[in-house]
Design a protein around this ligand. Structure first.
Ligand SMILES: O=C(O)CCC(=O)C(=O)O
Ligand SMILES: [Fe+2]
Length: 435
């Protein structure tokens, strides 16, 4: 019910997206400019657009349904603190109750990636990350150490992949329960959340197409990767990108472990044959109004540990409730940065100490301009056979937890299968079996 309220209750999703855009227009930066910058960034050989970190909100658009919504972001609406003030100097000037105050800090993580960094700067970074994880569950990282050439060339080849005609892309479709990867169109992202809560799911497919790969490690128990042969260098590039982000995932988990008062290597044995997935996303240009309730990506939470996202333009918004009113906060776009957010597995693992926050991608304005948009999301996860029991330092004062232990892969598949009911085929595609 909770998610359905978020979608249906906002009074018609096509409208929802456009209302959000008009609300954004009142924000610090004009949406038109952001779109313009984003478009420049969508070119074949370009990366993320440059934009200054800003947030805005659509505070009034959901007032009518606020009462129906249970606040899961009460922690996220805490006032500015030192960390946020440091990450964005504009924030420091805003009054505490201002719902447009940034909840998504920008954190420089160079100290986590350099062996010569001063211990104090590492501690400061870990504390900023821990704070963001315990509040909005979203933050942006800079100086993350991922190879620029790998980032840019993957971005560019992914653009080329999605630019192919439907037939060429469908060659790589055929998602099954056993092979939950490949090309697809028609996912209902919001359904994963509904399934966890035992609710009926919305049936409107997202206005997007995706191509996903899983781990290459046979010890993960996942099937061997099926990689497109066209464009020619797609396979090598996307595999290199996956490896880079696999390392960054380890770095972030290690910082989070320390943030929770655990040894830095605490997650290592729990992720050494992980089932993280890399999903590339294309949101085609929209020149006709969407169906009511349809968004580029419906409101959802991610499923795993930590998501590492590279996003090519505006549209991504994070839910924030302020005094029982739902607002959607724009995620700041910072050139060459990654957006980090936590998944439901991490939320459960930490007994809700860390937040997995609802987010969505809204529709662009129907203004005749080309608003094609691209993203690449690395969905970090744990070992498939890991029994995820509440982290010792996250139990309550009586040593109790809100959650029963769950097996990591069972939890992931429950959510994944709920959101891909429209796309999953009964049988694997024969043509790829010999690969
Ligand atoms: O494209 C984006 O910016 C976000 C996509 C997303 O949230 C997801 O695929 O889980
Ligand atoms: Fe997401």
């Amino acid at each position: 019910f909770f998610d359905m309220g978020g979608i249906g209750g906002l009074g018609g999703g096509g409208g929802q997206g456009h209302d959000a855009w008009s609300a954004l227009k009142d924000g610090a930066d004009s949406v038109a400019r952001k779109w313009h910058e984003a478009k420049k960034g969508m070119g074949k050989s370009t990366a993320m657009p440059a934009a200054s970190p800003t947030t805005s909100h659509g505070g009034d658009m959901a007032a009518g349904i606020a009462a129906k919504m249970k606040s899961n972001m009460s922690k996220g609406s805490k006032a500015n603190d030192k960390t946020r003030a440091k990450a964005n100097t504009n924030a420091a000037k805003k009054p505490e109750a201002d719902s447009s105050a940034p909840t998504i800090p920008v954190i420089d993580i160079s100290s986590l990636r350099s062996s010569s960094a001063a211990a104090s700067s590492r501690t400061e970074t870990i504390s900023a990350i821990n704070h963001a994880c315990s509040n909005s569950g979203f933050f942006v990282i800079t100086n993350h150490g991922v190879d620029q050439e790998v980032m840019d060339s993957t971005w560019s080849i992914v653009y080329d992949f999605f630019s192919q005609d439907e037939e060429a892309k469908m060659e790589w479709a055929g998602m099954t329960e056993e092979y939950p990867y490949g090309y697809e169109k028609g996912e209902v992202l919001s359904a994963g959340k509904s399934e966890e809560n035992g609710e009926a799911a919305d049936s409107k497919p997202d206005i997007k197409e995706t191509f996903t790969i899983g781990p290459s490690n046979p010890a993960s128990g996942m099937p061997a990767r099926i990689l497109p042969t066209s464009p020619a260098t797609f396979a090598t590039k996307i595999e290199a990108y996956y490896s880079e982000l696999e390392t960054l995932h380890d770095v972030l988990l290690s910082a989070m472990a320390e943030g929770m008062g655990l040894p830095a290597d605490w997650f290592e044995s729990k992720t050494d044959h992980h089932i993280s997935a890399l999903r590339t996303l294309n949101y085609p240009n929209q020149d006709t109004p969407p169906e009511p309730g349809q968004l580029r990506a419906g409101a959802h939470t991610d499923y795993g540990t930590v998501t590492i996202l590279r996003s090519g333009g505006p549209g991504l918004q994070v839910k924030k409730d302020v005094a029982d009113v739902t607002t959607w906060v724009d995620v700041p776009m910072v050139e060459n940065a990654f957006i980090i957010n936590l998944g439901d597995l991490m939320r459960r693992w930490t007994n809700d100490k860390y937040s997995s926050t609802l987010h969505r991608v809204v529709n662009p304005p129907l203004d005749g301009a080309d608003h094609r948009r691209q993203s690449m999301a690395f969905f970090g996860n744990a070992n498939p056979d890991l029994l995820v029991e509440t982290i010792p330092t996250c139990r309550d004062e009586n040593g109790k937890s809100k959650y029963e232990p769950i097996v990591a892969k069972d939890f992931l598949m429950m959510k994944h299968l709920a959101s891909t009911k429209n796309v999953i085929k009964e049988e694997p595609k024969a043509q790829h079996e010999e690969l």
